[in-house]
Design a protein around this ligand. Sequence first.
Ligand code: ADP
Ligand code: SF4
Length: 695
Amino acid sequence: MTRDARYDVLFEPVTIGPKVAKNRFYQVPHCNGMGYRDVSAGAEMRRVKAEGGWGVVCTEQIEVHPTSDITPYVELRLWHDDDIPALARIADKIHEGGALAGAELAHNGANSPNLYSRMPPIGPAHMPVITFTPEQQQARRAGKKDIADLRRWHRDAAIRAKRAGYDIVYVYAAHGLGFIHYFLSREYNDRNDEYGGSLENRCRILREVLEDTKDAVGADCAIACRVSMDELRGKAGFEREEMEEIISLVAEIPDLWDVTISGWHNDSRTSRFAEEGHEEPYIANVKKLTTKPVVGVGRYTSPDRMVSLVQKGVLDFIGAARPSIADPFLPKKIEEGRLEDIRECIGCNICVSGDITSSPIKCTQNPAMGEEWRRGWHPERHRAAGSDKSVLVVGAGPAGLEATQTLGKRGYSVILAEAGTELGGRVVRESKLPGLSAWIRVRDWREQQIRQMTNVEIYFDSALDADSILEFGFPRVAFATGSRWRDDGVGRGSRAPMEVTDGGRVVGVEALLRGELPSRDEVKSVVVWDSDHYYMGGVLAELLAEAGFSVTYVTSETSASVWMRNTLEHAFVQASLLNKGVEIRAGLSLVSLAGGAVKFACVYTGREHVLEADALVPVTMRLPEDAVYRALLERRGEWADKGVEDVVVIGDAFAPGTIAHAVHAGRLYGEDMDAAPLSEGELPFRMERAALTSA
Ligand code: ADP
Ligand code: SF4
């Protein structure tokens, strides 16, 4: 197949200073929780993106100096010449894949607590360090020498990036992160020297660092400048007009403008809180301010939308972080006219959670993300089948679907049996909840892949039991039968079922997921008790509030859905609940339900609080749906006669977790089928190990 001519414009080469990108697909810098600790894994992840057709592939943030240390987050470092080999490995891998390599140099300034280096942070003014936690080392006001040092450090890092083989070197002034951003800011920069006051003065450090970088490496490398057009804080922060003025002051110095919005939570908004292309109003004018090419993002997965952005003169490059994570082969698929094969990002930010938890990146849609090097997984290629033994997959949720599509692509004969009448399992139910409609893409992509396979058969209305499975006699059986929410209050912090007396009414999560809301005649007020702390408690509170119930959301934590700090959604969740009239009560732990009285205890003092409500929704934990699996294990003695050899349980039916966990479990099952068993003590994945220096 060849591409549709209307997408030709996306494959035009674009000049960036001394370099030429082969097309308009630009993987903008994105963090991944691997950084300096997992260099080989990061390098292979970037190589796969380049192989997938991106014209430019960038690194994540690279700290230019130990005063720019954002420990505990694991980014890249170019503190010293000894760091060049690690960075060179990444550049080499990007080149091997056929893309230009971009290095996002950053001095994190007042954003870096320097927990590793223990050097005092530096800012435009004396100010608290601004990071995800309230660190207690303040940033000190930079003097003239500090500014000179900073310029030298950045310049040295640019030379190192060039030596490491990078084509594009960044000056990073975006996302409310870093030295330069705070100097640009009216809010933080209260200086009265030539670096403060007027816009021209606040912009001086940006101009100087851009000129230094250009002078140091500009003959060989393109210089990119990354800024945020708006902080979405009204007059309190940057607004578009001011940033447009700043760009105008230095418009022609860099070779490329990379434009975003700030902070990171606004830039990487989830699908629950922003549509594809939500940044367009903020970046639409930038091309009028400069003759240099412009790249911007917006979770773009539709090629028609991409073409229109270029044709309207909004962007020269289609920037992508998440769409390139969910589908590293997005450009190739457009080029080859395979649009239906594009694995569209669902906008859940599980990828971001890797960086925030300092663990390797993972993706709900692309289980190979982060596993390219350590497990040798590829987002598009699979090993050929290791035998001709057929496989029965029981359950068509994300785990069963991913196992089926992986096995199908490997060439195995697969029967997928589903108790219900449609594919998707939990994804079908959850995508009907407020704000989660894009999550159905997890099902849609897999269904689209599986439907094309002649070696896969799907049976609906097939709630299998041990008898029927033994009757079929498939050599391999995988149970992907999912999980169910408990409704007895057992979960985090509460190992005994709650006491329910006097006809207290419990509405279970499962009932709500089936769309069974309580009768409005009988129930007016509801307490949602959340000890799960991810999205379910919050979205069910929203669902009930939207349906007209009076809702109180109670958590033992300090605020609603605390785990969602890891997906950058936490503040949006609070606002959304409050805007929908949900009352949030924090720091309380469920004790009992007696008639219309829900008793809680303060987690700090133990003092009792009673909330009046007609019903209680406990959102606590799930239990595996593995009864049929266990029944089959009981009958192991009958397997051989029936031709059954291997029976496993995967996904939520094994250990309930995120959808990303279930998809990963499906891939692992499919991938490991007929693999050589691990030898004693062998790890199931590779690890980067530091070479010890001489003692
Ligand atoms: P996971 O997240 O692990 O993929 P889900 O809960 O999304 O799990 O999906 C489990 C699927 O398994 C559901 O669609 C459910 O209907 C199906 N299922 C459960 N038990 C059986 C069974 N005994 N036979 C066939 N399908 C089953
Ligand atoms: Fe998109 Fe979610 Fe994958 Fe991130 S984890 S790339 S948001 S699907």
